[in-house]
Design a protein around this ligand. Structure first.
Ligand code: UT7
Length: 325
């Protein structure tokens, strides 16, 4: 009998400080940076985001999301035999946020590592965990997306600083005879490194280069709308399913216009699109598990529903995971 992986619990956590567009615009005005609630809503769909306090790290947010996912799955931390954290804003250069988070959950021994694929990080991490469960390396994994993107934002650059927020989402993924994850599809194209990056690095005790986020928004936008449709179609073909089989589309939450265009290309009514970008902004690797948990806890996503998860971001990276929930 084929061994599948299946989500048995979801959880998420947002830092308490919620900043509306109007509040952010007022703060930015103090720096001479001009923006408005109207511009941000019209161009992105974002109305608010959460920012973590300065001492709070990705592993703090991720550990809280993980505790909630474990509770939903009816599991204890000691039941977990694999931890993968998707993040581009880890607590330190090394060790991984996953090792720090493992310790915060009070467990030790199981493999723990980070996956770095920026906003595609969660679909990358889920694909790795699925493969490790299918081949018997693990049986009960925690897969987490956790970010403090506020740390790498240039608050003098209105074209990027209004877009991102902090948060974490997590799932417990377990071995199952009943199909959960049906198909995955991952890609990267390093020719596009420069269109979305944080070019700085640590060298000789100094930061070398600019450690703040740079994005050519229009270039990212154009690439994103094309590749998201391709990745979705590739997973559907692998699973022998069609557009009509998708109950819920849960794309990376970067821009409502990209999300709606993907739904349209897949001929999905907008009611099937899970949207949290309005309340969370773009939380990079955390955005998909945050949106998933929101839709599960609000009762929209039910057991047995077919979900299409899609990520796209820096690298350039993209991918999709098709699953039965
Ligand atoms: O997470 C990884 C994936 N990331 C994404 O998917 C992001 C993809 N890109 C986007 O979402 C959009 O390209 C943005 C939201 C970043 C920008 O939207 P856009 O419709 O492409 O705007 P634009 O860059 O063409 O800028 C239009 C105008 C410009 O002014 P001019 O040149 O027309 O006078 C900008 O200077 O809007 C101006 N602008 C702003 N105005 C007020 C740019 N940012 C702001 C701002 N407030 N925050």
């Amino acid at each position: 009998m084929r061994r599948y992986s299946r989500i048995t619990g979801t959880g998420s956590f947002l830092p308490p400080r919620r900043v509306t567009n109007a509040e952010l615009a007022e703060e930015l005005a103090g720096r001479g940076v001009e923006t408005s609630d109207q511009w941000i809503v019209e161009r992105t769909g974002i109305r608010a985001r959460h920012f973590a306090a300065p001492e709070v790290t990705s592993s703090d947010l991720g550990a809280e999301a993980a505790r909630r996912a474990l509770e939903a799955a009816g599991r204890a931390p000691a039941d977990i035999d694999l931890i993968i954290v998707a993040t581009s804003t880890p607590d330190m250069v090394f060790p991984s946020a996953a090792c720090i988070l493992q310790h915060k959950l009070g467990i030790s021994g199981c493999p723990a590592f980070d996956v770095q694929a920026v906003c595609s990080g969660f679909v990358y991490a889920l694909t790795v965990a699925d493969a490790m469960i299918q081949n018997g390396t693990a049986s009960r994994a925690l897969v987490i997306g956790a970010e403090v993107f506020s740390r790498i934002l240039d608050f003098n650059d209105r074209t990027t600083c209004v877009l991102f927020g902090d948060g974490a989402g997590a799932v417990v993924l377990e071995a199952s005879e009943v199909p959960g994850i049906l198909a995955t599809d991952l890609h990267a194209d390093g020719r596009h490194v420069g269109i979305l990056c944080v070019p700085g690095t640590v060298s000789g005790g100094n930061v070398l280069g600019d450690p703040l986020l740079k994005m050519d928004g229009q270039a990212v936008f154009k690439l994103a709308v094309g590749v998201l449709e391709d990745a979705a179609r590739a997973t559907l073909a692998k699973a022998d399913l069609t557009d009509a089989d998708i109950d819920w589309l849960i794309p990376h939450q970067a821009n409502i216009r990209i999300m709606q265009s993907t739904a349209k290309k897949l001929k999905l009514p907008l009611e099937k699109l899970v949207v949290t970008v309005d309340q969370h902004g773009n939380t990079s690797a955390a955005s998909i598990p945050l949106a998933l948990d929101d839709a599960v806890r609000s009762g929209r996503i039910k057991q047995g529903d077919t979900l299409m998860l899609e990520g796209v971001g820096g690298g350039f990276t993209w991918g999709a995971v098709l699953m039965n929930f």
